[in-house]
Design a protein around this ligand. Structure first.
Ligand code: NAD
Length: 509
């Protein structure tokens, strides 16, 4: 049987059922480790998305009225299923994204953290109450779900990002539509089965597969109340501008250029170990991956580069099916070509190749989309490789003279997702934390991604809109507040009309 005959045709997941695509448009899903096509996924038409939204809208009122305790019971069961089916999920993630098994497991554990946070929804939904704000009037605030909300995910976390942007939305009572990346739809569809098994009512979790056409319907449809997007900066900006033009609440998380400042007083051996995993893990396809080192002082720069060169040359690139692989392929052939263009361009602009990963050994025997780890130095802030996010294993070393110069370069960069600094000086670390214009900041921490109960989000062009991922801000983003003032007068009270603007006259006396 040929690969073509074995290829699975995927579906959407609408009103609790797998629904075949009817648009007639499909795209291929690859196993990046082998270069083979493993499935084809339907690309929804606007009409298919409209229909899914309508069914979600019909399901919403009953879920909204379901007590928060019952809603959270479903999340508890869902969490349990994620743990029990972890191995199956790991296989799916590895197959469609090329991640190593260890890395896939890490993303599931992080995804479960956001389910844990959603399980705390009863605490998050508690309102405020004030007694006797005036004339026997009590005032309180209450949070209501928004209705049908849309979430749009990138390829690089097939499970973690869908969980991070949907779990709290479901818990606080919304009907959620997920548009996964068309490059990794298999894991997201499997999550649908787990929600159904956990007892989530049909229509509260929907998956529409698709591309720009499906996204545009979500952005324009008047029934969609909010959009949580995760992806590249140009698309995030488009989502924010189009979504807000259609009066939606939008949080759009974009790309990153995340630097590691290396101070002369840092332990260079430890710092280099931290750099390796944070810079090259997942083939550098993480929005919080370390993009490069800003090393303070010429001598430190030379020593750090030498240590990195030695360590990087020992890294192993290959398929997730092999033991001891440090990272796998990039997501597509096109992505590989783009990264090679960045490396070639940097060399043309004057950068020096310390380690060249453009032709890794594994490519001699595999058609997978592999790139070895690449390190460039003599990089300057004017070069494209410094200015733009490179979503693959080409990393840079930039020499600076002072901490202030490093802080200024980072603050002048248009992206501001994550940053970290390695030092043994508390005073330098405090100055760095105070002055740096970046959303997620680390000190002696390789990837400063916040734990699930803290808010996640970058600054500058790494995030558009005000919502955060993970953390307590999600409960605010996916609800709207109502403030109620109530009075129940008895017959003896003076209730004559007053034409003055309501105020608390007693307060002035
Ligand atoms: P992408 O922007 O290409 O795609 C993200 C989603 O948007 C996908 O579902 C895709 O189908 C859709 N999309 C793509 N082009 C579109 C268009 N023109 N109009 C409407 N929708 C469109 O991103 P990607 O390549 O899948 O993911 C990698 C990017 O995501 C990187 O830039 C990475 O830094 C970023 N990312 C950011 C975070 C964060 O939290 N800030 C997290 C993960 C990934």
């Amino acid at each position: 049987m040929t690969v073509q005959q074995e290829m699975k045709t995927l579906t959407h997941f609408i009103k609790g059922e797998e629904v075949a695509g009817t648009s007639g448009r499909f795209t291929e899903v690859y196993n990046p480790s082998t270069g083979e096509v493993i499935a084809r996924v339907p690309l929804a038409s606007k009409d298919e998305v409209k229909h899914a939204i309508q069914l979600a809208k019909e399901a919403f009122p009953a879920w909204k009225k379901t007590s928060i305790g019952r809603r959270v019971e479903v999340l508890h069961r869902f969490r349990q299923l994620l743990v029990e089916r972890q191995d199956k999920l790991i296989n799916m993630i590895c197959q469609e994204s090329g991640k190593t098994r260890e890395d896939a497991k890490g993303e599931i554990v992080r995804g479960i953290e956001s389910v844990d946070m959603a399980i705390s929804a009863p605490q998050m939904l508690k309102g405020e109450y004030s007694v006797n704000v005036g004339g026997n009037i009590n005032a309180f605030s209450a949070k209501s779900p928004l209705g049908v909300v849309a979430t749009i995910a990138p390829f690089n976390f097939p499970v973690m990002v869908p969980l991070a942007i949907t779990s709290m939305a479901v818990a606080v009572g919304n009907a959620v539509i997920l548009k996964p990346s068309e490059r990794v739809p298999i894991s997201a569809l499997y999550l649908s089965q787990l929600w159904k098994e956990a007892g989530l009512p049909d229509g509260i979790w929907t998956v529409v597969n698709g591309d720009k056409e499906a996204v545009d319907e979500l952005l324009e449809n008047k029934e969609i109340q909010a959009i949580s997007f995760v992806g590249s900066t140009p698309v995030a900006e488009y989502i924010y501008q189009t979504g807000t033009k259609h009066n939606k609440r939008v949080a759009a998380f974009g790309g990153g250029k995340n630097f590691m400042i290396v101070m002369p007083d840092a332990n260079l051996e430890q710092t280099a170990n931290a750099f390796l995993g944070a810079a090259y893990g997942a083939a550098s396809q993480r929005c919080m991956a370390i993009s490069g080192a800003l090393v303070v002082g010429k001598d430190t720069e030379q020593r750090f580069t030498e240590i990195l060169k030695h360590k990087i040359s020992q890294l192993k690139v290959g398929p997730y099916t092999e033991q001891d692989v440090d990272f796998g392929p990039v997501i597509t052939k096109q992505s590989k070509e783009t990264i090679i263009r960045y490396i070639d361009g940097a060399v043309t602009e004057g950068a020096n190749l310390v380690i060249d990963g453009r032709h890794p050994k594994v490519c001699e025997t595999s058609n997978g989309f592999y790139l070895g780890p690449t390190l460039l130095n003599n990089v300057t802030p004017e070069m494209t490789i410094f200015k733009e996010e490179v979503f693959g294993p080409a990393r840079i070393v930039v020499g600076v003279d002072t901490l202030q110069e490093a802080i200024d370069l980072i603050n002048d960069h248009e992206l501001g997702n994550g940053v970290t600094m390695f030092t043994s000086s508390g005073a330098a670390a405090r100055r760095f934390q105070e002055e740096i214009e970046v959303g997620m900041v680390g000190v002696n921490v390789p990837i400063p991604i916040p734990v699930g109960y803290h808010n996640f989000g970058g600054w500058k062009r790494s995030k558009f809109g005000e919502g955060h991922m993970f953390g307590p801000d999600q409960a605010r983003f996916f609800t709207k507040a109502k403030t109620i003032s109530e009075r129940w007068p008895d017959e003896t009270e003076d209730t004559t009309s007053s034409f003055a603007f309501p105020s608390n006259n007693d307060a002035k006396s």
